[in-house]
Design a protein around this ligand. Structure first.
Ligand code: ADE
Length: 225
């Protein structure tokens, strides 16, 4: 079973997301175990501080190395992490391949950054992977952690009802998905492509592949390189 530990100063942010839909079911059916760890529990002062001014001056606070290492070393007493992942806009861009690869691990630790960033010594000496979910800056790593968890958890065996459905997702073969339709066959004159009503499996599969290729060519030519 995959376990994901998440270090955050806002554990409450995760409650809603993990309490609904596919992620809730995945947790309830023991496909994944998620633990939320409040970094402030590892602060040493009475204000439970986890950040401080940056050396050299400049605006913005920096997350201190001490609470992070105390927290990590405490967690490592009962977990041997495959990856210690720091979510940060200057990490490598997250994609489906990365999600596939992380879904095969057993113990992941996600660390959500805040403020101006994290003391570089923590990144250099403790973090094993730095991941960004996109070329934009969030106010904290939590939404990025949620997205990473969602992309990974839905790939775990038993999470999706139809085991094949994750395999036919967009990006699994570096192609976007073909368009999909459901009833009615005609809505206000807008008809479903006739091939889908033909019952001819081979032709349908071929049509879907062509559509996926065409859509990828038009929208994401970078994926076809
Ligand atoms: N924290 C802030 N912005 C982020 C991003 N784009 N990806 C991952 N973590 C982040």
């Amino acid at each position: 079973m995959l376990t994901i530990d998440i270090v955050t100063i806002h554990p409450g942010l995760f409650q809603g997301v993990f309490g609904h839909s596919i992620l809730k079911r995945a947790i309830a059916s023991d496909c994944v175990k998620i633990r939320l760890i409040n970094l402030r529990d590892y602060a040493t002062d009475k204000h439970r501080s986890v950040d401080d001014y940056q050396y050299g001056g400049g605006a913005g606070m920096v997350m201190m190395i001490e609470p992070l290492v105390r927290c990590l070393e405490d967690l490592q007493k009962d977990r041997n992490y495959d990856e210690i992942i720091f979510l940060t806009p200057d990490g490598t861009l997250f994609n489906q391949h990365e999600a596939n690869s992380l879904s095969l691990k057993e113990n992941l630790l996600l660390i959500c950054g805040h403020y101006k960033g994290v003391d570089e010594r923590f990144r250099q000496h403790y973090v094993t992977r730095e991941i960004s979910i996109g070329n934009y800056v969030l106010s904290g790593g939590e939404p990025a952690a949620v997205i990473l968890c969602d992309a990974v958890i839905r790939l775990l065996p038993g999470v999706l009802n139809d085991e094949t459905s994750a395999l036919s997702d967009s990006f699994q073969d570096d192609l976007l998905s073909a368009p999909v339709y459901t009833r009615p066959a005609v809505f206000r004159g807008f008809a479903v492509p006739p091939v889908l009503l033909s019952g001819h499996e081979e032709k349908i599969a071929q049509w879907r592949h062509e559509q996926a290729l065409e859509r990828t060519r038009l929208r994401r030519p970078d994926l076809l390189k």
